[in-house]
Design a protein around this ligand. Structure first.
Ligand SMILES: Cc1cc2nc3c(=O)[nH]c(=O)nc-3n(C[C@H](O)[C@H](O)[C@H](O)COP(=O)(O)O)c2cc1C
Length: 171
């Protein structure tokens, strides 16, 4: 097994991909070898010694590619340190952070064998102009103002903290 860390992401509108790229850049800066790929294009994990999975929440569920990835790679993930992040809240209120963390925990609980070394929720990005079908037909959703509460300093700090968890020899 090589020392490469796989950062695998799912996205609809691109904001999670940008966070995955920032996580990958921080891990590289720390000296790790990193591959970054959309989850749905990952064949196997044989060249990866550790994994970071990032996907947004939509309608109370973690992106279906993330759920599919856990199902497909169960055995390989059980043998590798794996960290998880989700994007979700786009209002910076304690209530929303707690609700979204609850949504993610509920989704992960569907995979009782899965024991990630770190789980984090990051703020998301919302742009009513980019709503896909069927949400673009919903007038109430189209009225929600655009927002982006991704905290790049927090994302970078989380990724730095992962180095020791994913590769204890690098700490
Ligand atoms: C139609 C819609 C439904 C959403 N549902 C949820 C949700 O249930 N929980 C949540 O935390 N965030 C929800 N979000 C926020 C997204 O997770 C957030 O916008 C995220 O940044 C999108 O990631 P992406 O750009 O990678 O697709 C929703 C966003 C949209 C547009």
């Amino acid at each position: 097994m090589s020392a490469s860390v796989l950062v695998a992401y799912a996205t609809r509108s691109g904001s999670t991909q940008e966070v995955a790229e920032a996580v990958a850049a921080t891990l590289r800066d720390a000296g790790l070898e990193v591959d970054i790929q959309p989850m749905r294009t990952v064949g196997d994990l044989k060249d990866n010694s550790a994994v970071v999975l990032g996907a947004p929440l939509y309608m109370f569920h973690w992106h279906k590619d993330a759920r599919g990835f856990l199902g497909r790679h169960r055995q390989a993930l059980a043998e590798r340190p794996t960290a998880v992040f989700a994007l979700g809240p786009f209002h910076d209120t304690e209530k929303e952070w707690q609700e979204v963390r609850g949504q993610l925990d509920k989704e992960l609980a569907k995979f009782p064998w899965f024991a990630p070394v770190a789980v984090e929720v990051f703020g998301g990005k919302f742009d009513p102009a980019k709503l896909g079908f069927p949400w673009k037909l919903n007038p109430a959703m189209k009225k929600i103002p655009a927002t982006d509460i991704r905290d790049w300093a927090a994302i970078s700090a989380w990724a730095k903290d992962l180095v020791a968890r994913l590769h204890p020899s690098q700490s």
